[in-house]
Design a protein around this ligand. Structure first.
Ligand code: GDP
Ligand code: MG
Length: 177
């Protein structure tokens, strides 16, 4: 999880967005600290977490921003999006409404962020297969139409979280090189 003394070649800011309780903070906890909590409180305080990884022999510091519970009040500000080169648009595969709100989040993102921002759509909580309310193919089709990457993840089972971040970070890296 990163040697703090190593030299950094790139810093990439990536923002997490999506409805409240879809698992954004747990996805970040899994990626940044390999932790998970089932009774996570609404996000407080910390604006972002970082993890340094190596992509094609360069050290890349991923600076991942998490909404401080502001998604409830639709008060995610433009400062949140400023300088972001990647975005993870998260819904909960067991809550249809969180998927139905994705176009709204996408519109907000496209209104505030850089037009070349790399976006991945993430259907989280894939471990809750028996409560599934959003079909994988529907999300895949939407992502294709909108030109987004797409993956289903489980922060709980640590499934695809690493891959989701690597997909975004590698694409950003490739665009810059
Ligand atoms: P946020 O509001 O989007 O940041 O959502 P949180 O990360 O706080 O998660 C909301 C709730 O969903 C918490 O109770 C988490 O433990 C739970 N949760 C998050 N990710 C998963 C997952 O992959 N699977 C399951 N079963 N629960 C999850
Ligand atoms: Mg949160």
């Amino acid at each position: 999880y990163g040697d703090p003394s190593q030299k950094i070649d790139y810093v990439f800011k990536v923002v997490l967005i999506g409805d409240s309780a879809v698992g954004k903070s747990q996805i970040l906890a899994r990626f940044a600290r390999n932790e998970f909590s089932l009774d996570s409180k609404a996000t407080i305080g910390v604006e972002f977490q970082t993890r340094t990884l190596v992509i094609q022999h360069k050290s890349v510091k991923a600076q991942i921003w998490d909404t401080a519970g502001q998604e409830r009040y639709r008060a995610v500000t433009s400062a949140y999006y400023r300088g972001a080169v990647g975005a993870m648009l998260v819904y909960d595969v067991t809550k249809r409404q969180t998927f139905d709100h994705i176009p709204r989040w996408l519109e907000e993102l496209r209104g505030h962020a850089d037009k070349n921002i790399v976006i991945i759509l993430i259907g989280n909580k894939s471990d809750l297969e028996n409560q599934r309310a959003v079909q994988t193919d529907d999300a895949k089709e939407f992502a294709q139409k909108e030109g987004l990457f797409f993956l289903e993840t489980s922060a709980l089972e640590s499934s695809n979280v690493e891959t989701a971040f690597l997909t975004v970070l590698t694409e950003i890296f490739n665009i810059m090189n």
